[in-house]
Design a binder for this molecule. Sequence first.
Ligand code: ADP
Length: 248
Amino acid sequence: MTPSEFILLTKNVSKRYQNNGSDLLALRGVNLAVRPGEFVAVMGPSGCGKSTLLHLLGGLDSPTAGEVHVAGQRVDTMKESQRAVLRRRQVGFVFQAFNLIGNLSVADNVELPALMAGLSAAEAARRRQSLLEELGIAEKAHSIPSQLSGGQKQRVALARGLVNRPAALLADEPTGNLDSKSAGEVLALLRRYHHQGQTILLVTHDPNVASTADRVIYMKDGLIRDETSLVGSHNPQAILSGLIQLEV
Ligand code: ADP
């Protein structure tokens, strides 16, 4: 298993948080390998370490032990400045809370990461225009986030996450704040980008959301306990069986 075969790879990763003198082992030796173009969902009960794993893969934090590789680059030994470059170029993030910049227009929210990654203003604008068109929100380019619905905000966040054509899109409960219709639309968009070859890692506690993926990983107490392949049958029932076996 060489790191370059995988877009996302962790080897025996652990993460210890220290809070007011008390220690918490959030991850205890996680081995995960995501191939180019795969769509993987990570499930498990609250507090099992899903978001921590996503943060380590996105270079937002570093592990206490073990290796993290993204697009063939070793991340856990990087300095913060190198991780910042990785975050701009190799990963796109979509969060439950959208995390848009409230006083910037939709267009500027999408173009900003492209400009920060060194693209020309013309190229940033071209990519923003084409993503907003694909996502069906081109007419909102000059609105500010507070003028948008939840579903529209998450589309903007998706455009922002994809503007640098990242090796991996990392999504943490991307439908958690949406009504079921908007959630379905955002999932359909994720599927569409996946079919175009985008590698996606999605954290969720919702079997219906996870059923969009090709493979579901189940975590419990900071470890990956099991996984289910959904290739050919995107059936939420298969996921429920996996959860029941783990008693989560
Ligand atoms: P999940 O995403 O599965 O709900 P998390 O990765 O958010 O789980 O959290 C795993 C454990 O680590 C939880 O017990 C949580 O309280 C703890 N934790 C997460 N982030 C921090 C932090 N920054 N500082 C201290 N403890 C944290």
